[in-house]
Design a protein around this ligand. Structure first.
Ligand code: ZN
Length: 154
C-alpha cells in the first residue's frame, strides 16, 4: 500500500480523522483572515481526547455520512465546549459548485480541506461558476503538483 492509500485509510479511523480535523482547524485559525478574531482555546491533546470518542459515536449514528467540526456559537472560539460534529453535504467532494453556491460571503469550498476557506486562498478559474475559483485552495493545488494527495496542515 502506498503512502496516499495508507493516508486515506488512516483518515477513516477515529484518531486519523481527529488528527486531520485538528490540522484543518489550526490552518483556518492561522491563515484564514475570516477567522481573524477566532482563537484556538484548546490543546491538540484536549481536542483529540474529545474528538476520538465523539467521532466514533457519530459514525455509528450516521453511517456513510461525512463529518465536520462545527462551532456551536459562531461568534465564539474553538474550545471543547463550543464545538460539535455536523454532517458535511454527502456529495460535497464531487460537487464544489453546489458547495460554492451556498458559501459564506468571501469564502469558497476547498475539496482538499473539505472546508470553506477565504476566497483569497484560491486561484481564479473562469470556467467554474458560481465563484470562478478553483475547487481546491492554492495550498492543496501545490500539494497535488507534488503528487501528494494529502492536504498539508502545517
Ligand atoms: Zn485546501
Amino acid at each position: 500500500m502506498d503512502r496516499a492509500a495508507w493516508a486515506r485509510k488512516y483518515r477513516k479511523t477515529a484518531p486519523g480523522w481527529a488528527g486531520m480535523a485538528w490540522g484543518n482547524i489550526t490552518l483556518r485559525v492561522r491563515h484564514d483572515k475570516d477567522y481573524a478574531g477566532v482563537e484556538l482555546r484548546m490543546t491538540r491533546e484536549e481536542f483529540i481526547a474529545w474528538c476520538v470518542p465523539a467521532i466514533t459515536v457519530w459514525w455509528k449514528k450516521n453511517p456513510g455520512k461525512k463529518p465536520s467540526i462545527d462551532r456551536i456559537k459562531n461568534e465564539e472560539h474553538y474550545s471543547i465546549d463550543n464545538i460539535r460534529i455536523l454532517e458535511v453535504g454527502e456529495n460535497s467532494r464531487r460537487s464544489p459548485a453546489k458547495k460554492n453556491s451556498k458559501a459564506p460571503k468571501g469564502k469558497a469550498w476547498c475539496s482538499g480541506h473539505q472546508a470553506y476557506l477565504s476566497i483569497k486562498l484560491f486561484s481564479p478559474a473562469p470556467s467554474r461558476p458560481p465563484l470562478f475559483v478553483n475547487n481546491r485552495c492554492r495550498e492543496c493545488k501545490r500539494a497535488e503538483y507534488r503528487r501528494k494527495v494529502e492536504c498539508r496542515s502545517t
